[in-house]
Design a protein around this ligand. Sequence first.
Ligand code: ABU
Length: 469
Amino acid sequence: EQLFHENTHLLPAENGEKVTRLFLRELLNILLAYINKSQNRSSKVLDFHYPHQLKEGREGFSLELPDQPENLEQLLVDCRDTLKYGVKTGHPRFFNQLSTGLDIIGLAGEWLTSTANTNMFTYEVAPVFILMEEVILKKMQTFIGWSEEEGDGIFSPGGTMSNLYSVLLARYHFFPHVKTEGMHALPRLALFTSAHSHYSIKKSAVTLGIGSENVFLLKNPVLSPQGLFPFYVNTTAGTTVYGAFDPISDIADICENHGLWLHVDGAWGGGLLLSERHRTKLRGIERASSVTWNPHKMMCVPLQCSAILVRKKGLLQKCNQLSAEYLFQMDKHYDTSYDTGDKTIQCGRHVDVFKLWLMWKAKVVHSTHPSTKPSAAYGNILQHIPEHSNVCFWYLPTTTVLRRLKGSVHVSKVAPKIKAKMMESGATMVGYQPLGDKVNFFRCVFSNPATQKADVDFLVDEIARLGSN
Ligand code: ABU
């Protein structure tokens, strides 16, 4: 205990094994207590505080950095408090995000990854992880339906980055000289996406110097805006809000006729490729030039784990390679094609593959046949069979309550008011948003394996309770 009053006895200090073990064991106890609490329905999903409250310090929890080093005991208290004031995204009543749940095998993978603490740029420093990435990417490509001769890919830091890669690669595919000459050597480019696609498509156009005004929504009848060079079409497999699927096969026909790059943003819906029953929603995906697939969403791999998969072999490398000599020496004594870091726009790259590899081994992929029929109890809410596990709905309180909400568009104020009360009460969490001409509605996402029907009943009752007073 005395040793815990300093922090200088941890490895690599001489004879540091004992204190290191004690410290990590204590931390493990904190983490296990948190995991158990996350699964306990009588515990809250969150203990909400406003930013100023957290900043001013709660019950001794200070975010400020000290002048003197803190001892191990205090650091463990800080760890406990950090979890205490956070959000339990693995809680069965957390419906707020597409990435939810806490997979224990995945968690073990993440712990091991941090312990290995290596970098994915070269085989030299990450031999096992680099080969695992190759194995997993190949497996994902097989589920997409690409042949043995096709397929490449890389794990990237999230779906937005994977989508960015898709636009970057498409541009390079049509205009390889952009790499050396830049955008001034290109015609004005146009890319196409659907109205409900993720904002990262537009962001990619902004980031890559194409410009947001040159992103056209597919519902527009114009496929060849004058003076522009159309080169890229994004389809979404599982839109963020509605969970809708674009007709990939039909759009692939258009892309083939016009020689356009077809991207499938399957960040959310890509996981359905693993289901014999539901993979038909992605019919035609094998015709895509690139695919984004985030196992950290439907497949519950701990954040983060996103892949950009590319049909044309070698394009990633050609597009991004700069051959920094201090990393990617060509005269190494092994096959340097395994130094995959030069395929990316990053230098340092986190190991995102191991937790997925471990989970895949633990679960193996069987076809699943879940019922898509809503139960009778939700007949009033679910008037249509959903394409995915997003359920969007308005809660309409009694007219007496509505009248109390001053303003011209009353219904738009209901969801934000209930959400605010919900966060302060902390028993459950669900998102809301407006979309197009639809005023604020709730979006409930089901991707947490811990959630049961009783939790959905709880959410509905809680919304009604908070909405009635
Ligand atoms: N597209 C990022 C995830 C959005 C969400 O969880 O709601």
